[in-house]
Design a protein around this ligand. Sequence first.
Ligand SMILES: [Zn+2]
Length: 299
Amino acid sequence: MMVISHSLKIKIVSLCFASLGGVYSTTVLAQEVTTEKVTESIYVIKGKGGNIGVFIGDDGTFMIDDKFAPMSGNIMKALKSVGASEPKYLLNTHFHGDHTGGNEDFGDAGATIIAHHNVYQRLADGSSIAAFAMETPPAPDTALPVLTFDSELVFNINGERVRTFHVPSAHTDGDAMVHFEDSNVIHTGDIFFNGFYPFIDVSNGGSVQGVIDAANQALALANADTKIIPGHGPMADKAQLLEYRDMLVTVEQRLSKMKADGKMVDQVIAEFPLMDLEELWGNGMFNGDKWIGLIYDGI
Ligand SMILES: [Zn+2]
């Protein structure tokens, strides 16, 4: 049985995400989700919040992330529509509320929640995201990861080796990516925003260089046939991840030089150092000015 106490959660979510805009929408109530087939046994559930990965098989459903709490009912319907049972294992790629909001519902329904040690700590203690002046209270016990790991954890389930591994100081300080080794599928979590400037949570240990390093780890595992599920944005291939990585390298080089020259963030923004990248990458969550303001401390 799914236990969803809508009214309270909706209120909390609306407050928490009121300032975020874009993919962190305020209107998560009754948001529709859609499913997309990746392989015979792997699906993506899309809609507001982070992309959910679903791996189906005889050992049970393995799910990656769970969007916002008010969407849990629709996520369950989506799971049923592709023949998946309620999640037996639920992996959080990081602590952000658009990836962990459904933890309480799915935890109550019996999922074993798994994440990096730092995700547990942030959920248990409550957290804040400085960039959005956002405060999130401590999560209830059933929303907390039961199993936590440091560098990596391997699941041998549904006839496949599924390796999840920590990438340090990237989007946050607790990010994990997931590699379905036989299926040749990678879920990157929020290391990868496909097609637009990514949010990097500097106040929770993230850095541009860490995201570049993490993208390089994913690239090293990928070939031309690899299907890549990004944290946000459409399904991707290796070439798209490569373009994104190259954009970040360019940004890191330009901004680190300006920082070394002693420039303050307002001076940097005033010089439009990312003007040539704007058309391709600045039409998603942030334009270049806003984005520089968010990441400059993490350069
Ligand atoms: Zn995130």
